[in-house]
Design a protein around this ligand. Sequence first.
Ligand SMILES: Nc1ncnc2c1ncn2[C@@H]1O[C@H](COP(=O)(O)OP(=O)(O)O)[C@@H](O)[C@H]1O
Ligand SMILES: [Mg+2]
Length: 253
Amino acid sequence: MELLEIKDLGKRFGGLQALSEINLSVMKNTVHAIIGPNGAGKSTLLNCIVGKLMPSSGSVMFDGYSLLGRSAHEINQLGISRVFQTPEVFGDLNVLENMLIPCLAKRDGAFRLHALKSIDDEKQLREKAEDVLEDMGLIDKRHMKAASMSRGDKRRLEIAMCLAQDPKLLLLDEPTAGMARADTNNTIDLLKRIKQERDITIAIIEHDMHVVFSLADHITVLAQGTPLVSDTPDNIKGHPKVKEAYLGETQQV
Ligand SMILES: Nc1ncnc2c1ncn2[C@@H]1O[C@H](COP(=O)(O)OP(=O)(O)O)[C@@H](O)[C@H]1O
Ligand SMILES: [Mg+2]
């Protein structure tokens, strides 16, 4: 069953057609990887999904709702949480305080939208945040300022901040970029576990093919703003169109 369905999506920046004719379905409870060379339009696509950018054409449906014209906050309320390409934690706040922000956004947003969920009190929010930190192996660092964490731990915190919202769809933009190999492998294990233990769908933009082939059930290759191929990892491996997309880059597929 499709959780996210993108049809004929296009995005122009002035004279630049950054995305065109994007047709893509992300199936429920799968990991869908979006790969492609730098400048292919991967982050722009993600920004169009989460309401950071308004597409120039096309439609985006999520779980029965159209996402077009909705604010980033509303889209988050519908069950999409995302980790952007550049870490977005508040360095001067500690780990637990950072965790409370998405918990509050979820609660107060739910209040504003008159959702049926009951309103938690602060203690419940803290308990929720601590549960997720425990699960993510960050509980001992809850009083640490986020600025003093390693890049790997910051990423882990960002993922924890998303999971605290119990999203239906988790979007990750290059979660392992700039990470040491050990941290990358930890992130792979973590995402595998999240997928196994939660009712969640993950769409991941990723450059590291080791990560892609360790996690993905389905891979879409973008080049120059349009999907070249969308298929299973086995069929993507060695696909001539994939090699063509990366011509001039060192990336091996
Ligand atoms: N806000 C913007 N304004 C103008 N051009 C942009 C903007 N964001 C991205 N682009 C351009 O759109 C293209 C796709 O960029 P991006 O989505 O960041 O690629 P990727 O994430 O695949 O590396 C690039 O040519 C980039 O320069
Ligand atoms: Mg990008």
